[in-house]
Design a protein around this ligand. Structure first.
Ligand SMILES: NC(=O)c1ccc[n+]([C@@H]2O[C@H](COP(=O)([O-])OP(=O)(O)OC[C@H]3O[C@@H](n4cnc5c(N)ncnc54)[C@H](O)[C@@H]3O)[C@@H](O)[C@H]2O)c1
Length: 439
């Protein structure tokens, strides 16, 4: 006779299970789509009633999950969203994609994960798989979640299965959608890993098993620390080469011609998004537990945090050369999203740049084809702007136009032609022009 874990695996392969995604945001919603496309019945649970109602009406709030996708699945009765936690009792596999932000002191705020785990624990039943996908520090799954889940008497690896599998979603990436990105999986027990791997095997190009949730949690942080450290390096080079009158972009292009031992990273106006500026500090916090200081993370943070200030300084210098000052200048910031071709404003350096210009007395406006108004964040309580139209008349009216996010939709030649001064933080303007300053 087959053991319980093998029977559960068979049900997964037969699509005889209900998958429930908790947290229907930038990560959760594409994950819903991935499992629907793989033939599963999927439920979505979110505490945000507005999002749930939109989804059940077939309306999407994320660019790459289309309304057509949603309507198709709603009609086939393969998908339903809910804000009622009782739906969790119906689920066989629960994938948790809730936020893992920092608190005001830059310490991990695990409250979303812990609250969700409490809710899951209330509805836990036999033969249920729970996977945490949110980015977090090593130890979260086993030290924080497991005790809550086992409190009711169920035993992990026997009655239910618990694993960690970090999301590697790259919003707006046209090539690597969720199903095409290999997925690291670490289970609390061998059975937990096996079951989680089987689930992802059905929908994701290649699950990559590791020996424990801690290994998987650390893998995600390693990936997310690698980026800001390397970005900080090129940002520092940018500032140094500027003083030496060397074009950093030419250097990067030339260095990238080396077929081995070099990886291209590009400088910019600062870090943005929910991951790169935040996740490294989860490890910094954990490291203190074992008397270790994460020096690379701190140094990279220092350099990258300075970048918006550098952009403002370079703008001030360029205006100064034209007999103007930031105080009283009319400045247009192009792109409020933290990276090109998406609408996500979280931790966007554009918001910081705008607030710094405002502090210095500039009149600031912005344009972004994907974001009609600035989102409300703790760090910028008074910042409420609406995107202004981009016309020849508006452009010439500004003393400086700052390219903060290089959306593909912008016609950079046209922008340069019609602007008094352009500050380019992304090398969006390829040819040398008199009225363009790289920053
Ligand atoms: N955005 C990315 O590109 C990305 C990439 C990889 C990993 N991650 C990680 O994935 C996690 C989620 O990030 P996101 O960008 O999707 O966040 P998000 O804010 O877009 O979505 C989170 C969702 O969770 C919901 N939520 C909050 N508390 C809840 C609860 N108790 N129960 C149910 N729903 C709840 C929110 O209403 C929201 O809809 C984070 O840990 C993040 O670090 C994000």
């Amino acid at each position: 006779m087959k053991d319980r874990a093998s029977l559960f695996e068979k049900r997964i392969k037969d699509r005889d299970v209900i998958v429930c995604v908790i947290g229907l945001g930038y990560v959760g919603l594409p994950l819903v789509k991935t499992f629907l496309n793989a033939g599963f019945t999927v439920m979505g649970f979110d505490v945000d009633q507005k999002k749930v109602e939109m989804l059940n009406r077939g309306q999407s709030y994320i660019k790459h999950v289309t309304t057509d996708d949603l309507i198709q699945y709603l009609e086939k009765k393969k998908f339903q969203a809910s804000f009622n936690p009782n739906v969790l009792s119906l689920a066989d596999a629960i994938l948790i994609c809730v936020p893992t932000p920092l608190d005001v002191h830059k310490n991990p705020d695990l409250s979303y994960v812990l609250n969700t785990t409490q809710i899951v624990a209330k509805h836990l039943h036999e033969d249920q798989l729970i996977v945490l996908e949110s980015t977090t520090y090593p130890g979260t799954t086993e030290e924080e979640m497991l005790p809550i889940l086992e409190k009711g008497g169920f035993q992990v690896g026997v009655d239910f299965y618990l694993a960690y599998s970090p999301e590697r979603e790259n919003p707006g990436d046209p090539v690597f959608s969720t199903s095409k990105i290999p997925k690291v999986v670490g289970g609390v027990t061998a059975n937990c890993c096996k079951i989680a791997k089987t689930l992802y095997d059905q929908s994701i190009v290649k699950p990559v098993p590791v020996s424990s949730p801690r290994g998987a949690e650390a893998t995600k942080l390693m990936e997310n620390i690698f980026r800001p450290v390397n970005i900080a390096l090129v940002n520092e080079m940018k500032m140094l080469f500027d003083r030496l009158d060397i074009d950093i972009w030419e250097v990067i292009d030339a260095a990238s011609s080396k077929p081995f031992g070099y990886m291209r990273f590009t400088p910019g106006p600062g870090l943005g998004g929910h991951c790169i500026p935040i996740d490294p500090y989860y490890l910094t916090w954990k490291a203190k537990e074992v008397d270790y200081q994460t020096k690379f993370i701190e140094l990279a943070g220092e350099i990258n945090t300075f970048m918006p200030y550098y952009v403002v300084e370079k703008t001030g210098d360029a205006l100064n050369e034209r007999g103007k000052s930031i105080k009283g200048a009319k400045i247009l910031v192009l792109g409020i999203a933290y990276k090109k071709d998406i609408d996500d404003q979280r931790e966007s350096p554009s918001l910081k740049i705008i607030s710094l210009f405002k502090k210095k007395g500039a009149q600031v406006s912005y344009n972004d084809p994907y974001a009609q108004e600035t989102a409300v964040y703790r760090d910028y309580p008074g910042l409420k702007l609406k995107s202004v139209p981009l016309t020849e008349k508006t452009l010439i009216d500004f003393d400086a136009v700052v390219i903060s996010t290089d959306h593909s939709e912008y016609d950079y030649d046209w922008i340069v032609k019609n602007s008094n001064l352009v500050i380019d933080t992304r090398n969006a303007v390829k040819r040398k022009r008199k009225n363009v300053v790289k920053a």
